[in-house]
Write a protein that binds this ligand. Structure first.
Ligand code: FES
Length: 328
């Protein structure tokens, strides 16, 4: 199947799935982080992307997971790196144990909810595998001659991925913090040196993201972040008022009862509706909104994206208006 980017009546881009092949698999950190390259084995062009983007893989078991693109947008393949997490929901273990060179995977995207808007100085803060979405941003700024610095933390030097790639960017200030040397990224000290024209991009463990978010908000510095899970205490309430939903592509109109999720009602007509986390943080169930005002309850769309009201996460979102018309 070929990837197609369509435009709907509101001008939104709607991505289709495409089948891509794993053309290279290599251990970045043996047993811990594996890197995969995915390409179209029929020689067809893969959709373009910008730093911060991710793709969504449907793994052989059928589960769907999102991974940041960490290669170069000019590559004719996608590169992702996956950390093995033995206590996770299972996606990373399947990638490590089941995916080999030659494996075909269904891929959606790329999508981007972590776009780079550089500051006068752009400060990157990465914890562990959180380096992946930030690498293409650093490469781009280096190409453009724009200043950036990186603060990169991890358990030990041996646990940090892509140190080789970072060495190629040695003109920039790169600081490493290792837990086994009891060094943590000194977030407050770093932020205290910044001005409001600067920007911080952060990805990593929740404790680090929460700290940067808090310190950034206190100092008025723009913080852009990507989480691997919901924000703490951010378990969205999924019940609310009953409303109608119209599914534009089939012209079906359905009622969403007060105690039922929108996605569950949509599934009665479109069983293949994509989903993954079902908690409003992965972006998998993003759906275009053609009419009505969504009640956004996700933690992935930015305030600006939410106010555009042209897409929503239907696993947690509801409606502010009596009827929503969805592009599905
Ligand atoms: S399934 Fe993850 S945001 Fe809806």
């Amino acid at each position: 199947m070929t990837a197609v980017i369509l435009e709907n009546s509101k001008g939104l881009t709607v991505d289709k799935e495409s089948s891509l092949t794993v053309v290279r698999r290599r251990d970045l950190i043996p047993g811990k982080i594996v890197e995969l390259r995915l390409s179209n084995s029929r020689g067809e062009k893969i959709p373009s992307w910008e730093p911060g983007a991710h793709i969504e893989l449907t793994l052989p078991s059928g589960i769907v997971r999102q991974y940041s693109l960490c290669g170069d947008p000019s590559d004719d393949f996608y590169t992702i790196a996956v950390l093995r997490e033995d206590n996770s929901r299972g996606g990373s273990i399947e990638v490590h144990d089941e995916i080999q060179e030659g494996t075909e995977l269904m891929v959606r995207g790329p999508k981007n909810h972590f776009k780079l808007v550089p500051g006068n100085l752009t400060v990157f803060m990465a914890g562990g595998i959180g380096i992946t979405p930030l690498l293409p941003m650093m490469r781009l700024l280096s190409k453009q001659g724009k200043p950036w610095v990186l603060h990169y933390g991890g358990k030990s030097l041996a646990a940090l991925a892509y140190l080789d790639a970072l060495q190629l960017m040695e003109d920039n200030e790169i600081s490493i913090y290792l837990k086994n040397e009891t060094r943590r990224i000194p977030v407050s000290d770093i932020v205290s040196t910044l001005s409001t024209d600067d920007a911080i991009y952060v990805c990593g463990p929740e404790s680090m993201i929460s700290e940067v978010e808090k310190v950034g908000a206190e100092s008025g510095i723009r913080v852009c972040l990507e989480r691997f899970g919901p924000a703490p205490g951010d378990k969205p309430e999924i019940n609310g008022e009953s409303f109608e939903v119209e599914l534009a592509r089939s012209a079906k109109v359905l009622t969403v009862p007060a105690d039922t999720r929108l996605i569950d009602i949509v599934r009665t007509v479109v069983p293949s509706v994509p989903f993954s986390c079902e908690e409003g943080y992965c972006g998998s169930c993003e759906t275009g909104v053609l009419e009505g005002v969504p009640d956004h309850r996700d933690s992935i769309l930015s305030p600006q994206e939410k106010s555009n009201n042209d897409c929503m996460m239907i696993c947690v979102g509801r409606s502010m208006t009596p009827r929503l018309v969805l592009d599905i």
